[in-house]
Design a protein around this ligand. Sequence first.
Ligand code: PDD
Length: 287
Amino acid sequence: MSRIVYVNGDYLDEADAKVSVFDRGFLMADGVYEVTSVLDGKLIAFDGHIERLGRSLSELDMASPVAMDELLGIHRELVDRNDLIDGLVYLQVTRGAPADRDFEFPDPEETPSTLVLFTQSKPGLADNPQAKKGIKIISIDDIRWGRRDIKTVQLLYPSMGKMMAKKAGADDAWLVEDGQVTEGTSNNAYIVKGNRIITRQLSNDILHGITRAAVLRYAREAQMEVEERAFTIAEAQGADEAFVTSASAFLMPVVEIDGAVLGDGKPGPVATRLREIYIEESRKTAI
Ligand code: PDD
């Protein structure tokens, strides 16, 4: 089925939606993005995603193409027009399409930024059968740039990491820098020891996950301990449980790391419980 997508103010059939070959998102990966999940036709953690988008834009001196408070209406319109029940809304802003390729940023007065949104339908998103089995992780070097807190569209290395994982018979990769895990290719990484959840502290080294913030809040409310610090692969392999979080996967248990099976090889009770809480609370607060 053909989708309706949003491009710079217009809602178009996906076959008719076009962006210039001079767009800096295309030529320079000069763009930022957000992914907001949708359950029962409602947006999950929308305010958090828009706040982070604002931060990504301002860190890169990029103008928002529309007033930030118009973005909710655009998201909702797109969900409606595509009859989206469960799935995602992808949003991307780039520094626009100047008249020619140039390393220097164009004058924003002359080159408006580009705004594109589209939906991805994922029926049964909250009932992903993988969550019952858990995923296998390999570790790879983190060779990304130093501003991973900005959600840019420079996703080549994360894509390569996923391919390395698939080739190794695993599902995803955790990135390791100076001997310590930063995060997953497209998610934040956690280990569990007893009642304690350990995840890397916020800095420029990782994306400040919107799902991370919610899951840590729910964990604290459920009387679990939260420790925000870095950990090694060896520590993770010896942990009781592990998991990852992202807007699209919610909370996904990890059952194997570099060939070492965690516990009995099944999703543990803490990850399973937190996933349930996260989905339940997200449905309640969706807009
Ligand atoms: N990825 N870390 C990285 C590197 C990510 O790309 C993502 C999200 C996260 C989790 O952030 P959040 O909870 O706000 O989704 C952490 C999105 C889902 C993607 O690229 O599709």
